[in-house]
Design a protein around this ligand. Structure first.
Ligand SMILES: Cc1cc2nc3c(=O)[nH]c(=O)nc-3n(C[C@H](O)[C@H](O)[C@H](O)COP(=O)(O)OP(=O)(O)OC[C@H]3O[C@@H](n4cnc5c(N)ncnc54)[C@H](O)[C@@H]3O)c2cc1C
Length: 427
């Protein structure tokens, strides 16, 4: 048993499928709340999980939970970007506005950094907690009845009180929850993403300012495209991403290679700085073209017997412009673990139903914000923006960001649970 603070054992056995941010956060939170956890991940090594990806963002509503995992937030601060602003430019290069996030300090920490590095910090914490994390475990099926739930993994059945399906956008858990196979659709957008050493451009007169003045964070907004650039670790590392209209061919993978020549076509006529950033991408840099999938909001996150729960991208994939995908996936684990703690082993199904009630509306409200920001950016009316530049600021609302999912759950659980029981009594 690890030395980290932990509630008394609840006797609740939880299987979690997928050790992405949603799964690993749920595992840590379940451990904190005294549940017994097995985390199954199909990747065969931690390197396989951390190898892919680039910039990822946790807003205060997500990152505040890292403060409760000893040592995690301190380690993250060392590798995270140290900016408290976003500089926004017209696509031809004219500076428009600086959005400051400094006032949000009291809402909690903001963490923006390399997905692999941040993940590794959480993973090491999970290991230090002595969690049962099993790699090379590809779950192929789910089952449940009124008494238990389980998974089929490597041909074997494994059972628990609750199963959490956290396998990302291609979740197999969706089938048992929805009752049918829900195929992803193209969102009509894709993202080119790239990360390389800041040194590569430190002698390039046109763009060196992006890496020789400490950390930076800028966005260039144009018709149907936005281009975000940032530097971290005092300019030692550099990354750019841009969302663009896509042909609808969904290759739902983070490994689809992109080409600089293709990227340049999208930014033809854009500010010389933007074109130079793309042109300067080293040949050996990891440049990927990630097709964004669209999924209709699910009618439910939980299975008919309320013993299997979808969390993270499996339940609700987010657009990058929402900047909430990762944070909401952390909130999911926090709320589910808390509901199970408050309900106790005898009322696991009530806990699962309460989790859904607590999460459903908030998650969908947050999802809708990503669409709004993308529309405001891609269809910007520049005459109007000249008069009121803050019209292209990211929407930063306290209901979403100044929010403690654990506290909220502790406060609301009893009422929510009573509501569910009341409804059942009426049937
Ligand atoms: C490789 C990768 C790179 C990414 N890079 C970025 C990025 O750079 N920036 C960004 O903003 N977002 C990125 N994302 C998405 C981001 O991590 C998620 O949107 C968000 O963090 C929610 O995470 P999640 O845990 O729900 O899903 P995911 O992060 O997709 O994690 C799902 C996990 O489940 C595992 N899994 C899937 N199927 C099974 C199965 N049948 N059995 C067992 N395990 C299974 C997967 O291997 C994966 O580890 C990336 C996702 C992945 C998988």
């Amino acid at each position: 048993m690890s030395h980290f603070p932990r509630s008394p054992p609840s006797g609740i056995k939880v299987i979690i499928v997928g050790a992405g941010f949603a799964g690993i956060a749920a595992a840590i939170e379940c451990d904190r709340k005294g549940h017994s956890v097995t985390l199954l991940e199909k990747a065969s090594s931690i390197e396989e999980i951390t190898r892919f990806g680039d910039i990822i963002s946790f807003d205060p509503n997500g990152a505040r939970h890292f403060e409760r995992w000893p040592g995690v937030i301190e380690a993250m601060y060392k590798v995270a970007r140290k900016t408290s602003w976003l500089d926004l430019y017209h696509w031809k290069g004219e500076f428009v506005t600086r959005q400051s996030f400094a006032d949000e300090k009291s809402w909690g920490p903001r963490i923006n950094g390399h997905r692999g590095e941040l993940y590794d910090i959480i993973y090491q914490h999970a290991k230090a907690r002595e969690l049962d994390i099993q790699l090379s475990q590809r779950v192929t099926d789910y089952f449940e009845d009124d008494e238990k739930a389980g998974v089929v993994v490597n041909g074997e059945r494994m059972e628990a009180d609750v199963v959490i399906a956290a396998e990302g956008v291609r979740s197999r858990g969706r089938k048992i929850v929805l009752g049918f196979d829900d195929k992803p659709k193209s969102s009509g957008y894709a993202v080119y993403r790239c990360w390389f050493h800041g040194n590569t451009i430190k002698d390039n007169a046109l763009i060196r300012h992006l890496v020789v003045n400490g950390d930076t964070h800028s966005g260039f907004i144009g018709p149907d495209l936005h281009f975000l650039v940032s530097s971290l670790k005092n300019g030692k590392e550099f990354n750019w991403v841009f969302t663009h209209v896509d042909d609808g061919n969904i290759e739902e993978s983070w490994q689809f290679p992109g080409k600089v020549s293709d990227c340049l076509k999208y930014v033809e006529g854009w500010a010389p700085v933007v074109q130079e950033i793309v042109r300067s991408t080293p040949r050996d840099a990891r440049l990927i073209d990630h097709k964004l999938v669209f999924r209709d909001p699910l009618p439910t996150f939980i299975s008919p017997h309320a013993r299997i729960v979808l969390i993270g991208d499996a339940a609700h994939p987010f657009l990058p412009t929402s900047i909430q995908g990762a944070s909401q996936s952390i909130e999911d684990g926090v709320v589910l673990a808390s509901c199970l703690e408050l309900a106790g082993k005898k009322h696991v199904q009530l806990a699962v139903k309460a989790h859904e009630k607590i999460r459903y509306e908030r998650v969908h409200k947050a999802q809708a914000m990503g669409v709004k920001t993308r529309e405001r950016w891609h269809k910007a009316n520049w005459d109007e923006i000249k008069k009121a530049p803050e019209a292209i600021h990211l929407t930063r609302e306290p209901w979403l960001l100044n929010f403690d999912a654990e506290k909220d759950c502790y406060e609301r659980y009893e009422d929510v649970a009573k509501g569910i029981e009341g409804q059942r009594a009426k049937l």
